[in-house]
Design a binder for this molecule. Structure first.
Ligand code: SD4
Length: 347
């Protein structure tokens, strides 16, 4: 087959597109040969997660090497954070919206069966990741939101409970009191900063036979407008998984992630031959390019951070953040650990 130069190809593609044809990029244009395969593979089993999944990656890893389904394994991993009242970004104890109501988002994908499930702005249910999986397992839909999602969860046997812990309620009241010096709320605490010590949790798995799964669960942005939905429940944004290629997920500013369909795009770049870390970095560049001016600092860099995690079908993994200093959790045959994330900008 004659080698087509990139320029020739693009010119020809433009002509074909104008004529109504949408050609597939020839493999010759990819950086490395495409790893896409539906044949059974021998992979290095591995779990990759946001750093707050450091306990969960071990649980999930032990389960996949024990032969458990990869999605069940990563959901068991994230359940630890969802049920931990001290993690204020997920499940029980998660930060509420501006009215003091905890609204949770979660989504998951199961590579081997090509299925997905999601819930958004669900209230009073501690483990939205499991409700997302129930949507996937028991309905013909992919996504349920708000009151409908809660009704569904209760029908499936999930228990209703108050998710607002005493500590989180106090943080919310302090935030509210400090919002406006002229409102009717008296400010008792002079110097209280509400710290975000942990984030949303995303976790991805690849088994020894190359089966993949991904899940993301969160209480979303603290003090959000009621009904605000982040990236976590959006398939392709908060997480994405294609059993031929790999899985990816994200934490950080959901609004930036949604606009770039980041998790989907990471998997697409892996499909085109990029390693997980390179794919994450390439999507971060896209995020910067898609950032509106009001969110850029004087150097043209985003005022927010965003973290990506990815695993390829053969067990390679990677993570990247906009700013240096990020870490992500991994568990493979070397055991659970935190690894330095690649980054676009030094802090
Ligand atoms: C969201 N991505 O709702 C989530 C928030 C998050 O660390 O990840 N915080 O936008």
């Amino acid at each position: 087959m004659p080698i087509v130069s990139r320029r020739d190809f693009l010119e020809r593609s433009a002509a074909l597109a104008a004529a109504g044809f949408v050609p597939r990029l020839p493999d010759a244009l990819y950086d490395t040969p495409s790893p896409v395969t539906d044949a059974p593979v021998r992979a290095r089993p591995c779990i990759v997660s946001s750093s707050n999944g450091i306990r969960g990656v071990k649980v999930a890893y032990d389960r996949i090497v024990g032969g458990e389904d990869p999605l069940d394994a990563v959901i068991a991993g994230v359940n630890i954070q969802e049920l931990d009242p001290d993690d204020q970004s997920v499940g029980v104890g998660g930060f509420p919206n501006e009215e003091g109501v905890v609204q949770l988002d979660a989504s998951c994908m199961h590579g081997p069966t090509k299925r997905a499930g999601s819930v958004a702005a669900i209230e009073d249910i501690a483990t939205p990741s499991l409700v997302a999986k129930a949507v996937m397992d028991y309905t013909d839909h992919v996504m349920l939101v708000g009151a409908g999602a809660k009704k569904f969860a209760k029908a499936m046997g999930f228990k209703e409970q108050n998710l607002l812990t005493e500590k989180t309620r106090q943080d919310w009241l302090r935030w509210k009191a400090r919002l406006n010096a002229n409102d009717a709320w008296l400010d008792h605490d002079e110097d209280v900063r509400i710290k975000f010590s942990t984030g949303t949790i995303n976790m991805n798995a690849v088994t020894a036979t190359g089966d993949l799964a991904s899940v993301t669960t969160t209480s979303g942005m603290a003090w959000k407008i009621p009904g605000r939905i982040g990236d976590s429940p959006i398939i392709g944004a908060g997480q994405y998984c294609d059993n031929l290629v790999g899985a990816a997920g994200s934490t950080g500013r959901g609004e930036a992630n949604i606009k770039t369909c980041a998790s989907f795009l990471i998997v697409e770049f892996m499909r085109q031959g990029l390693a997980p870390e390179a794919a994450c970095l390439k999507v971060l560049e896209r995020v910067v390019a898609m950032t509106e001016t009001r969110l850029l600092n004087a150097n043209g860099r985003p005022k927010f951070d965003l973290e990506f995690y990815a695993v390829a079908k053969d067990g390679r993994f990677g993570g990247a953040t906009l700013y240096s200093g990020g870490r992500f959790a991994v568990c493979d045959e070397k055991g659970p650990r935190l690894e330095e994330a690649a980054f676009l900008y030094r802090r």
